[in-house]
Design a protein around this ligand. Structure first.
Ligand code: SAH
Length: 340
């Protein structure tokens, strides 16, 4: 088993089963995530006998870096997994720190019409350790520390719920990478039962919802998942989340030219979200060569922003990264495939 799959709790259980003190798990975590060793032999404060059975029970897996495309404010990584599948991670340099966007699945089954990732159906879920390794590899490769992490790469995180929650646990553990909960964001297209589970789990990380439309008719056309989980129910669930956690939610809204970017769309959106502790992140669409949708022009984006603002909805426009380096989710892998 890959050692990076294990949460500190799971390692504590492992050691308790071996009649060792659970503190050993903390030591292992410090070696893995603070000192960043890549073999058990380097864990010099752990006795030989323990190192020997650790070696038998665990492996140090790795990700193979296939390509890296760098721009001033962004660096995009294509990794190969042990079974040959490929995934992407994107590092964005903000003035407040380095933010990493990680993938949670190989492919995606959600089928959103505008999204490149969904052109390839889900092949499999990523293991927890394969998400952890995206972070470790990027930090090592660029010799930086990541301060923020978003689960917005390839895949639907809530369609790989348990592994994603364990991943969040590992990077959040104080004795490990110690990324603060407020610096971690998980984004979902709106899988209601999993949002409910997420409320119960009580993780203090940020939640973002990919909304992209303010009525069922349009949302059904753009996001097939919306036929299963209706907008009304989704909003009701998010209100429950806000009530239970007292946290502000982000709604992501891609502006697609002539489709969801009119004033009436903005007014309908404002009405839908009225009074909620939330804000809207408007995303200028990242055009891809395979999909017909176009990006709204700048003036339309600003008008949409103004309309929301005038109607008392908190709103930001997402900064665009790495246009030169095919930054939209799934683009790097899609292009790489075609080159082969
Ligand atoms: N499956 C998750 C996370 C993946 S994508 C989710 O749906 O939230 C992260 C965000 O990028 C989503 O809001 C997604 O809809 C959006 N996105 C997908 N393709 C895009 C593109 N070409 N340009 C801009 N945003 C895109």
């Amino acid at each position: 088993m890959n050692i990076y799959n294990y949460t500190i709790k799971q390692l504590e259980e492992y050691f308790l089963n071996k009649n060792e003190k659970k503190f050993k798990a903390t030591q292992v975590f410090e070696w893995l995530y603070q000192k960043r060793v890549t073999s058990f032999d380097e864990m010099t404060n752990i006795k030989k006998e323990v190192i020997n059975y650790l070696k038998q029970d665990f492996k140090f897996e790795d990700l193979k870096l296939l390509t890296k495309q760098e721009d001033i404010d962004v660096c995009k990584f294509l990794f190969e997994l042990k079974d040959g599948n490929k995934i992407e991670a994107v590092l964005m340099k903000h003035d407040y720190g380095n933010s990493l966007c990680v993938s949670s699945q190989v492919g995606c089954n959600m089928g959103c019409k505008f999204c490149e990732s969904g052109r390839l159906k889900k092949v499999r879920n990523l293991e927890t350790g394969e998400m952890v390794l995206q972070l470790l590899k990027v930090e090592k490769e660029l010799n930086i520390r990541i301060s923020h992490l978003v689960l917005m790469g390839i895949g639907e995180p809530f369609d790989n719920y348990d592994n994603v929650i364990n991943f969040i646990d590992i990077i959040n553990t104080p004795k490990g990478i110690a990324l603060g909960s407020r610096h971690i964001t998980v984004s979902t297209c709106g899988i209601i039962p999993k949002i409910k589970e997420f409320i119960k789990d009580g993780k203090q990380v940020n939640l973002a919802i990919s909304l992209h439309a303010s009525n069922d008719k349009l949302r059904n056309e753009l996001m097939p998942i919306s036929k299963v989980y209706k907008l009304d129910d989704l909003i009701k669930t998010i209100k429950e989340y806000i009530k239970e956690t007292n946290r502000r939610v982000t709604f992501e809204y891609i502006l697609l030219k002539g489709i969801n970017d009119k004033k009436e769309n903005a007014l309908e959106l404002a009405k839908l979200l009225k009074g909620m502790n939330c804000y809207v992140n408007l995303i200028p669409y990242n055009e891809t060569s395979h999909i017909e949708f176009k990006k709204s022009d700048q003036k339309t984006i600003l008008n949409f922003y103004d309309t929301l603002k005038k109607n008392n909805i908190g709103v930001t426009i997402r900064r665009e990264f790495g246009k030169k380096v095919s930054a939209a989710c799934g683009q790097l892998r899609a292009n790489y495939k075609e080159e082969l």
